[in-house]
Structures are given as C-alpha cells and as structure tokens.
Design a protein around this ligand. Structure first.
Ligand SMILES: [Zn+2]
Length: 494
C-alpha cells in the first residue's frame, strides 16, 4: 500500500528547472536509472555522494510503498580519455599500466566499489548491468538510429549527426546549451577527422590496431560509444519511458543530453519523466577530481590514512556529513566539517538510544508527536531535504533531553511512536548502519575494547601470540579493527 505521505512528494526536475509533484507513470511501480561508475579506478568520495543520495531516494520511495526497480550500470568499456572521442580506452590503458587483463581491472574496481558502498550501508540496485554484457543491445540501438537517419557511418565508426538531429529536434535540452554556441566554442581540429562536425559523438568506434577490447559489428571490429550503453540498458530494463534518470551534475552535459538525443532518435521520446542531478563534493574548497589530484578515497577517510584529515571517520559520520547539505548544493569536505559532523552524529545517536530509557509515567506528553512526524515527512517530500530533516530530528533530541532531566513529560504511547519513527528515519530512510551506530555511541563498549587492547598488549609482551591474534581476529569479526603502532594499539570501526 502506498503511504498517504506519497501524494505530497515533490522532486526537482533538472529538465524543467522546477520542483514538480511526483506522480509515477504506473501507479505502484517506479523505474529509476542512475549512471554508475566507470570501473577502471577506485571511486572517490565525490562519486560516493551521488550514490548515497540516490540510495536515499531509493529507500524513501520504497518506504512510501512503491515497488522500485533501480538500475545502476557499470561502465566497463569504451570510455575514451578525451570527450571528443579521441585518446585511449581508459580500461585498456589501466590494464596495460597494471599489467592485467582488462576484465581483471574491471573486476578489481567493481569489487572495490561494492565494498565501499557496502561500508556506507547503501542498498544494492535491483539490476546492475554492465556495458560489456550488452553489446548486442547497443548494436541494435545504433541500427535504429542509423535507420531514423540521425547517424552516419565513416571508416568503420558510426557517429551521431547532431546537425541533422537539430533540424527537426533540439539537442542540449537538459543543459540548455545552444548548438550555435557549441559550434563557436569548438576548435576546428577537435575529434576524429571522420566526423562531419566536432559535436557529433561516437555511437560505435572502430578499434585501432592495439586496442584490447573490441567486438564484431556490422561496421567491423570496434566498441560502443560511452553515451550509448545507458540508452540501451535503460530501455531494456525500464522501457522507453520511465520515472527517474539520475547522475552526478557533471553528467548533465554531454552525457545526458546525448542520451536524450539517442532516445529521441530511436523512438521520439525523452526517456525519463524526471532528470535528477547531485551536486559536487569539493575538497578544501576545490573540485574533487582525480585528474587534478585533489581527491580522497573513502577508505582513506575510514582508516585515517591520509594527509588531509587529522583522524579517521566512520562511514556513518561520512554519511551524516553528506546529508547535512541538500543533494543539489555544493558540499565542501574538510577536517573541521567532519569533526563537527562526528559530534552531531554522536549527539543524534545518543538521543535516539536514550528513548528506551525515558521515563514515561505521565498521562500527557509535552510534545506534539503527530505534528513532528508530519514535519519530518514534509522535509523529505520537499525534494529530499535532509538538512531540514536533521534539524527536525535535533528538535526532538532537545525534547528527549528535557524528559531525561524530568523537565518535560512523555506518555507510553508517544514514547513508542517516537522510538518507531526515529528508528525508521535513521535506519530505513537515511540508511545509517544500526549495528555500528550502537558501537559508536556506546562508551562502555569502547572501554571494553580498550580493556581488551590492554590484555592483548600484555599477551604480546609475554609472547603469547595465539591469544593476541585471537583477540585481534575476534574484534575484527565484530567490526573493530586494531591498528598496531610500535608501543601501542588503537582501534577503528570498519
Ligand atoms: Zn549514463
């Protein structure tokens, strides 16, 4: 059953530049496609922000009662170094540098990506299709675009004909870029000599002599262009018209504008009702990017092994930090910001964990719980406004703390509802990891770990390595990792 709150949900649609009421194409089912990672290197924290934000959206839609099919692809082929379809395939290049098979590179970074998202407690998508697993579908899409007259073949490659497309349709709908401006901005020698115009993009690229990954096609051996996989795979799993298409803001142009053009060339339809984009995560005020070496990997934040932060921060704290900004705002990561988030998250968890111990003997409550719940949903319904939702949670923590010192009253019924709603928001909607949160909060557990570290240290001094290793391994199983220094050990939650 769909929740009553669902009818007030509004999403910001990048296509119209407005917040619009969310009415699914089918009453009970929602189709959502999110552009996934390119698996040739580790995902940085900026990438994670996008996937955490869409995990929140996925969780909330499910929480409201919708059946959601969430498709997030893995780009494992055909992404050339330069946006003008020149340069080397990034997977192949990495394979050569690391002396691996291309599919070893893909496997290595796919596993890394999954392990990071797992630590961040995001739900797996319903389908995670890969580009290499859908070459036939992509060749099919190219045939359809050629048939509709919006593409041309040249020397074994196939390009999308932007000028031809723009005669009857509009290219650049999402980014609002005008084709005339794009023409003026382009250098005449941009891209391949085979292209009619520099803005044309590759649907199929002929494999040059040393190219490692290639497939047979009606146009010879080659590989599909990057924009095509999302069109082919979203059509296959969600149909020609689905509810939400999302990704990072850097994908708006050219990737998503190209996707729209491809779909319109195939069947005349813009594929998604809502286009959603998450904003950038900056690092110390500058764009986080691998190409300018200004980035931090999630594991480096979790284990404290980096030159930027003074200590380690748990995945829950990182998630809380990300939720403190709206997904459409730029967010800046810094040591101070994470320390403040850690403090805030502990305060929130401490408030939640003390609900069960609250005195609830009064007849009446000094807290309008119905109003509070409806305010929480209103914040989520306002384009997933997590910072405002967190502010509501803190309002409630204030009340909880007052009940603790007996300056406010709470009755049994409200206490139960408070616990259930708080729990739902923290763990089902925001997706914090409840097990780790409990450990994070619990000082007594921390003290127990410190005690075990002391015993282990004594065992090591006594050369009783069986016992010391056993303590380390058992703690690891509980999600606690010990880091040994020369004279001491510290621990972190993993
Ligand atoms: Zn995509």
């Amino acid at each position: 059953m769909i929740s009553n709150y669902a009818k007030n949900l509004k999403l910001y649609n990048s296509l119209t530049g407005k917040k619009e009421k969310f009415i699914p194409i089918q009453e009970l089912n929602v189709g959502m496609y999110v552009c996934g990672p390119t698996v040739y290197s580790n995902a940085h924290l900026g990438n994670c922000r996008t996937f955490i934000s869409f995990d929140l959206i996925y969780r909330y839609l499910k929480h409201l009662g919708y059946n959601v099919r969430y498709v997030r692809n893995l780009t494992d082929v055909g992404h050339l170094e330069n946006e003008d379809d020149t340069g080397e395939d990034k997977v192949s290049k990495k394979a050569r540098l690391e002396n691996l098979e291309p599919m070893e590179v893909v496997q290595k970074y796919t596993l890394d990506f999954h392990s990071i998202l797992n630590k961040l407690n995001t739900l797996p998508p319903s389908i995670e299709p890969s580009a290499t697993g859908h070459i036939i579908e992509q060749i099919d899409s190219i045939k359809q675009i050629l048939k509709s007259g919006f593409a041309y073949e040249k020397n074994g490659s196939v390009y999308f004909d932007i000028m031809k497309f723009n005669e009857s349709k509009t290219y650049g709908k999402l980014s609002g870029r005008k084709i005339e401006e794009m023409l003026n901005q382009s250098r005449s020698l941009d891209g391949s000599v085979d292209k009619k115009n520099p803005q044309d993009f590759a649907l199929w690229k002929k494999a040059e002599k040393n190219h490692i990954m290639f497939w047979d096609s009606p146009w010879g051996k080659g590989f599909p262009g990057w924009h095509l996989e999302c069109t082919s795979m979203s059509k296959k799993y969600l149909g020609d018209y689905f509810d939400i298409h999302g990704g990072g803001i850097d994908l708006k142009f050219p990737h998503h504008d190209c996707e729209i053009a491809q779909s319109e060339a195939i069947d005349g339809k813009n594929p998604a009702k809502f286009w959603m984009h998450t904003n950038m995560l900056t690092l110390n005020g500058k764009k986080m990017s691998k190409s300018i070496e200004n980035f931090i990997l999630p594991n480096e934040v979790f284990n404290g092994n980096n030159k930027i932060l003074s200590k380690s921060f748990s995945p829950n704290v990182v998630k809380f930090f990300i939720y403190q900004a709206h997904y459409r705002s730029v967010l800046d990561l810094s040591n101070d910001a994470l320390i403040a988030s850690e403090k805030g998250f502990k305060k929130l968890m401490s408030g939640f964990l003390s609900i069960s111990k609250l005195n609830h003997n009064s007849e009446v409550s000094d807290f309008d719980i119905d109003l509070w719940i409806s305010k929480c949903y209103a914040k989520m319904n306002d384009d997933f406004n997590t910072p405002m939702l967190i502010a509501e949670l803190f309002e409630c923590v204030k009340f909880i703390n007052n009940v603790k010192i007996n300056s406010k009253n709470l009755n049994t019924k409200d206490k139960e509802r408070l616990a259930i709603t708080f729990n739902d928001i923290l763990f089902n909607i925001l997706g914090f990891n409840s097990e780790i949160s409990k450990v994070e909060k619990s000082n007594s557990q921390n003290e127990l770990v410190e005690l075990l570290i002391k015993i282990r240290s004594q065992a090591r001094n006594d050369k009783n390595f069986t016992l010391s290793d056993q303590i380390r391994d058992e703690l690891f199983k509980l999600g606690i990792q010990l880091n040994d220094d020369k004279n001491s050990s510290s621990f972190e939650l993993i």
